[in-house]
Structures are given as C-alpha cells and as structure tokens.
Write a protein that binds this ligand. Structure first.
Ligand SMILES: *[C@@H]1O[C@H](CO)[C@@H](O)[C@H](O)[C@H]1NC(C)=O
Ligand SMILES: *[C@@H]1O[C@H](CO)[C@@H](O)[C@H](O)[C@H]1NC(C)=O
Ligand SMILES: *[C@@H]1O[C@H](CO)[C@@H](O)[C@H](O)[C@H]1NC(C)=O
Ligand SMILES: [Ca+2]
Ligand SMILES: [Ca+2]
Ligand SMILES: [Ca+2]
Length: 321
C-alpha cells in the first residue's frame, strides 16, 4: 500500500488514467502494478541505491534506521505528488483571474481553473452532455468517472467559488493527501461503488473476493495459497466486527489507514533485509536485498527508463501502419 510509483510514471502524462491514478483500485493493489517495460539491470539499481544510501543516512553512522528510511520515503512521495500536480496543472492552462482568498477581503490575482475548462479538456462532449439513450459502453464508463470528478471537484473547492486554485487542485487530484477528512473519504465512496455490486451499502466477502480477483493476475486467481491469504486478510484484518462484510468505517481503515504508512513501511522494509537483526540497514544489506527497495529510488530514475520504453512503444505503433 505504498506509493503508486510505477503507475504514476508509466501512463502518459495527459490521460484520464493519470487524473485518477490514485483511484482506490490502484491504491489497493500497488504491488500488482507491473514494473516499467524496460527494467534497469540489477547493477544499475544497486549503484543507484548506494548513492542514495549516503543521502538517506542523515546521522552518518553508515546505517539506515527506520526513521531515516521513513523520512526518505516521505521525501520521494512528496516529490511524486508535487510533480504530478505540477504537470497536470500546467496541462490544463489555468488562467490568472481574481480569486477571493480565505483570509483577505480583497480578491487576489491567481491562477485558477474552471470546471467547464477542466471538463471540456478531459472528456468528450457526449460524456458531459447527457443523452439518456446513450448505448456506447465506453461513454457510459466515462460518465461514471465524470460524475466522480464532479463530486471530487465540489469537495476540493474549499471556498465554494467553483474555481480551483492550485492548492485546491491538489485535493482534487490526490484526495488521499488531503488534511480534510471529508475529502479523503471520497476514496472510500469510490471504492464502495466499485465493489458493492448488490448496492446494500456494504462490501460482502464475496464482493470483496470478486474485486480482488478481478485485479489479480491469472496465476494468482488460480492459486489456492494466494486465495487463502486474501481470505484471511479480509477475515482477520479488514472485517473488524466479524460480520463478514466491510462497512464504511472498515473500508476507511483499509483504504486510508490512520497509522503513518511511511513509518510502518520503513520498518517493514528494514526487516526484509536486516540480516544481523540490529533493526538498521547497512549498505551491504541494502545492496543484497535491493529488489525490496525499488520504491526508494526517486521518480527521475524511473523516468529515464520509461521514456525509453514509451519511445519504443511509439515506434512499434508507427511501424504497424
Ligand atoms: C466547453 O464546451 C462547450 C460545448 O460542449 C462550449 O459551448 C463551451 O464554450 C466550452 N467552454 C470552454 C471554457 O471551453
Ligand atoms: C430517447 O428514446 C426515447 C424512446 O425511444 C425517445 O422518446 C426520446 O426522445 C429519446 N431521447 C433523446 C434525448 O434522444
Ligand atoms: C462550502 O460549502 C460547504 C458545503 O455546503 C460548507 O460546509 C462550507 O462551510 C462552505 N465553505 C465556505 C468557505 O463557504
Ligand atoms: Ca475554489
Ligand atoms: Ca454489498
Ligand atoms: Ca464488518
């Protein structure tokens, strides 16, 4: 459940997918997101990790503590979020206009984005101009996303002026980062809508398994051991009141854990490679267990490889014609 590293970087900058790249589905299944098409070699990764080891090791004791790993993960995470918001904000070309700030009485000149411009730029016209007789399944699917976007927009628009300034746009794109409980909860609503197929406002065990299987790889779906792990996770960790269904609160605790995810993830990462059990990582331990630490590498590192992969895909596409 750590950051959405690969999916954030893999998809083209300007796509619906990216605008919703923190949709609950991906939040839940990040470990199943495929790595970049063009994988860097293990030597390259190990070297890169060594460089960052020195930057992570704040107190220069040549060991990484859980706290140091946590701070680094926060740093990488913030960078990914900020880069993503910057890119999208630029793409939508917000216009400078007079905006009422929260504190001042006078309007300020600021960049702001209107819903109409966002909508027109993101969706085809037949998505937002309702036609009750629409038969195209693709359009129907986009309408669901459109409605969600509308709901997010209203929640993110803190001063209710229908415009989003950049600060509000962060909540729109990344509700999970919001300081506002109501904004974060929109992810729970979206997940519930995805999974609750009988519409009784809860996610039953069957609905949960159907969803988890639909997100999994073929081999996993047919692996009894894997199924057992998912079932146990539901029963022992998620379904707190043991009524065999997930209510809103249970879904919320799953999707937006109240504990500091960087902190628990830092401890977990260390435990994966801590051979001498001192609860710290040496450079050697990091290097040996490098496969566990891909998420510690910054976005620029992966971008290099994705750009190459995208180029290859583009070239292949052109070759078809
Ligand atoms: C958005 O598209 C509609 C047509 O669907 C058009 O009438 C309107 O002027 C457009 N607005 C902007 C801001 O582009
Ligand atoms: C949708 O279909 C109904 C019945 O076929 C028809 O009466 C109605 O005018 C149609 N609506 C639109 C917007 O095309
Ligand atoms: C905006 O609207 C919401 C919901 O109607 C309300 O709770 C909130 O206080 C409003 N905020 C401002 C700044 O008017
Ligand atoms: Ca606003
Ligand atoms: Ca249900
Ligand atoms: Ca329950």
């Amino acid at each position: 459940m750590y950051l959405n590293l690969f999916s954030t970087l893999l998809v083209p900058v300007i796509s619906l997918h990216l605008a919703f790249s923190h949709s609950s589905d991906e939040e839940m299944h990040q470990d199943q997101i495929p790595p970049p098409v063009q994988q860097p070699s293990s030597e390259v990764i190990q070297n890169e990790l060594k460089t960052f080891f020195r930057r992570m090791d704040k107190n220069l004791d040549k060991l990484l503590s859980a706290e140091e790993v946590k701070l680094w993960m926060q740093h990488i995470h913030d960078k990914i979020i900020n880069d993503n918001v910057d890119r999208q904000w630029k793409y939508y070309e917000p216009e400078v206009q007079e905006v009422h700030s929260w504190f001042g009485y006078k309007p300020e000149k600021m960049e702001a984005l209107t819903w109409e411009k966002y909508r027109n730029t993101t969706y085809p016209q037949n998505v937002y101009e309702e036609n009750e007789n629409e038969t195209d399944e693709n359009i129907k699917g986009l309408r669901v996303m459109y409605k969600r976007a509308e709901r997010r927009w209203i929640l993110a628009d803190t001063n209710n002026d229908t415009l989003l300034i950049k600060q509000e746009f962060v909540d729109f794109i990344h509700p999970e980062e919001s300081q506002v409980d109501k904004v974060r909860e929109v992810l729970v609503l979206e997940a519930k809508e995805d999974m609750d197929s009988d519409g009784n406002d809860e996610v039953s065990f069957e609905e949960y398994m159907t969803h988890i299987k639909s997100m999994a790889h073929e081999e996993e779906r047919n692996d009894d051991e894997w199924l057992k792990v998912q079932q146990n996770h539901f029963s022992y960790n998620l379904d707190k009141d043991k009524d065999n269904a997930l209510n809103f609160e249970e879904l919320k605790e799953w999707l937006i854990p109240s504990e500091d995810r960087h902190e628990s993830e830092g401890k977990r990462l260390i435990s994966l490679a801590d051979e001498n059990n001192d609860e710290k990582l040496s450079e050697e331990e990091l290097s040996k267990g490098y496969e566990n630490f891909l998420s510690l590498l910054p976005p620029e590192f992966w971008e290099k490889y994705n750009t190459a992969a995208e180029y290859a895909t583009e070239t292949a596409k052109h070759d078809e014609f």
